[in-house]
Design a protein around this ligand. Sequence first.
Ligand code: AMP
Length: 285
Amino acid sequence: MIICRTKSEIRAITAQWRREGKAIGAVPTMGALHEGHLSLVDVAARECERVVATIFVNPLQFAPHEDFDAYPRNLESDGALLASRGCDVLFAPERADLFAPDFSTTVSVADVGEGHCAVARPHFFDGVATIVAKLLLILRPDAAVFGEKDFQQLAVIRRMVRDLDLGVRILGAPIVREDDGLAMSSRNAYLSVDERAAAPVLHKAITLAGEHISAQGAVWSDVCKRAQQEILAAGFSAVDYVDLVDAANLKMIDRAGPAARILAAARLGETRLIDNIAVAPLSVK
Ligand code: AMP
């Protein structure tokens, strides 16, 4: 696997691939890779003849009080994991290579970029959209793979690519979980032993909420309140939200249906965890 540290190197490689007629799949990440990330590499490799993964801890998506400096970084072991999954190139640029000192452009996606996670993290999706737009324009891949773990982020990226005609196929990949149901996340490394033991309750509570809202006559406000209580009772310090949405547009709904999805975020000590599940259609008697 080749490791590129600059835009000019990666552009030369992808240009050569395009001349050879090879379809290029991209997997943007912030590193500290786990099986969830690697599953995206598998999808890219299945769909495309060449795979480039990117690792860049994007300063634009962290608020000043968030964990940019503490975010786990281990390029060497990440590189070994990517190589073991057949990734062709790792693009891991330095900040100075991506951002001119007077960088001054922001890509902002309204609508699907509002509500849910944007309430607690108002600048987060602008930061994500801006860096993903840059990476897609540098790499010009045929397809790019993102995890459903970050469901709103996936919706923001799909909308941005459509609205700006970026001409990249966006593929969503299912959430990879630990055996106890906790969604894999680089931030799980922050959890203490007790917090790690409590963490799977987020998934359990929304799974149960999904079953409850699928029952005849269920009222979402009651189901939602119960899920929040279960999460707090497990030792979470706060619930940012538990929302029932239409997966196509992330608008709030109050009934189960074929496109219904529950999105949730909650805080366990200093760590903010997110998760989401598809809701089974209304059960008929
Ligand atoms: P991150 O490095 O956290 O920015 O994530 C990079 C990509 O990996 C994003 O598209 C995430 O949605 C995806 N991802 C992270 N965790 C998981 C997971 N547990 N399952 C599937 N995809 C994931």
